[in-house]
Design a binder for this molecule. Structure first.
Ligand code: SAM
Length: 468
């Protein structure tokens, strides 16, 4: 059977989609190639969030056409994911070597379309149409990549986004919010745990919106929903997302639960309380803030204020003082003044983020912000990005140093990706810890003493703890 290589750009959802496509192809008899050089099929899973990500994928495809295709004309080349969805047929018009363009609601059709291309029944395939219930089709996993057992896994709980932030292309590339049911998600999590997974990260564009749309018709919280009055009362008390967390928490053998990303607007007290009530829900929160200025937040259509965001952080730290808090920030949004940017800097100091993904604003086709006046010059965006990066590194550096000498629990994931001689685990607050370990540590929850720090890394020693 042919072999496939999938190269992924962008977010964890894209990583997860690629993994599901790989697993579905393996189930149909395909093998996974170690590199594009030897693969019979090369798929690029694309990201549209910023122009730079799109250009990278287009450049990569041009290289594949020039190198791989030239030497092996039978190789099938394809785009999948967000850019495939937004650009469709135009990708083939621009790059005639491309054989397949697979939209974000069509991942599960990859094998069927590749079979058609291999059989010569079709010459080119572009499918970017919507498909009912496609959100429930991303559930297969590759858990033994390279022969080693995976300790952690991502589970996609929903697709799409209805937030329509003025800068963001995601609602147009991923479609309307569609949530999977709780029983379906729990069943997938149970299967993963039975296969040795110990930590699950629940994934969605905005997980705090989970189950809020369409549940009365196509979505139900359970297979046997309670009577409408009871259900209504329950929903008023606890959001569907918190109900999902509780259901996943019940799974025996599962040690840790994470999720990404919530939206500050949907961060209710029930979710804050879940951190106190559910011990498997680890003390880590990635909450995209985007800006520290109320004026910019309003222009972005974010639906919360700086004060509301700070209030959430305060509440979270009240229930879990050691909470690791990370965020996304955009610099150079149209109309962002020096004063607005100063507010972002001061918010970063006030919160004391453990890390932040800092994005340079990128104009996206058909989004309201692209047509806004006062677009910020690129050199100003670059300068603000550099200043914020410096500040985040400084704040995070101090936070990491506070761990030196302390004891912390890690879940060991396997050898370090950057230094195979060391093993890597993660603290509950989502910090990477490197230590001298071996295969027997994989999948173990263990205590280490932190001896020193590196860049966004802790170094630990299990031996010191064991000598106590
Ligand atoms: N769940 C997230 C939220 O609450 O907004 C959305 C995830 S989005 C795919 C990842 C991040 O990309 C966003 O949080 C935002 O910081 C960044 N982003 C989105 N559109 C962007 C744009 N046009 N320019 C720069 N960064 C952008």
């Amino acid at each position: 059977m042919p072999s496939v290589f999938i190269k992924t750009y962008g977010c964890q959802m894209n990583e997860r989609d690629s993994e599901a496509v790989a697993a579905q192809l393996v189930a149909k008899g395909y093998t996974l190639a170690p590199s594009e050089r030897v693969a019979d099929v090369v798929l690029l899973n694309t990201c549209s969030v910023r122009d730079a990500a799109e250009q990278k994928a287009i450049g990569k495809m041009q290289n594949l056409a020039a190198d791989v295709r030239k030497n092996r004309p039978e190789v099938i080349l394809g785009f999948m994911g967000c850019m495939a969805q937004s650009r469709g047929q135009s990708l083939i018009d621009k790059l005639p070597d491309v054989d397949l363009v697979l939209g974000t609601q069509k991942f599960h059709r990859a094998a069927e379309y590749l079979d058609e291309l291999f059989a010569g029944r079709r010459d080119k395939i572009v499918d970017v149409t919507e498909e009912e219930a496609s959100e429930a089709k991303i559930r297969e996993h590759v858990l033994n990549g390279g022969g080693a057992q995976a300790v952690t896994a991502f589970v996609s709980i929903m697709q799409g986004c209805n937030q329509y932030c003025t800068f963001c292309i995601v609602p147009y590339t991923r479609g309307e919010e569609r949530s999977r049911t709780i029983p379906d998600i729990v069943a997938e999590c149970r299967e993963l745990v039975a296969r040795g997974v110990r930590e699950i990260t629940l994934l969605g564009q905005i997980v705090t919106s989970y189950g809020k749309r369409g549940w009365s018709s196509s979505f139900s919280l359970s297979e046997n929903p309670p009577p409408p009055d009871t259900l209504k009362r329950e929903l008023q008390r606890k959001s569907p997302f918190v109900q999902l967390l509780e259901a996943v928490h019940e799974i025996d053998g599962l040690e840790r639960i994470r999720f990404t990303s919530p939206h500050p607007k949907g961060y209710g007290d029930d979710l804050v309380e879940a951190y106190a009530a559910l011990p498997k829900l680890v003390e880590s929160a990635h909450i995209p803030v985007q800006s520290g200025s109320d004026r910019v937040l309003k222009l972005m259509h974010r639906g919360y204020t700086r004060e509301r965001f700070l209030g959430i952080i305060q509440k979270l730290r009240r229930v879990q003082p050691g909470m690791g808090i990370t965020t996304d920030i955009i610099v150079g949004f149209p109309g962002e003044t020096e004063a607005d940017f100063d507010e972002t800097l001061s918010l970063a100091r006030e919160v004391g983020f453990d890390n932040a993904y800092i994005f340079k604003y990128s104009q996206r086709k058909d989004t309201p912000a692209a047509a806004m006046p006062d677009q910020v010059p690129q050199e100003v965006i670059e300068a603000r990005h550099a200043r914020l990066l410096l500040l985040i590194n400084e704040i995070a550096g101090h936070k990491y140093e506070q761990h030196i000498g302390g004891r912390t629990q890690i879940l060991v994931e396997g050898p370090s990706r950057t230094n195979a001689a060391r093993f890597m685990g993660r603290t509950r607050s989502n910090k990477i810890v490197l230590f001298d370990g071996s295969e027997r540590h994989r999948g173990q929850l263990m205590d280490v003493q932190v001896t020193r720090t590196g860049s966004f890394t802790l170094y630990g020693d299990p031996a010191i703890v064991n000598l106590d």
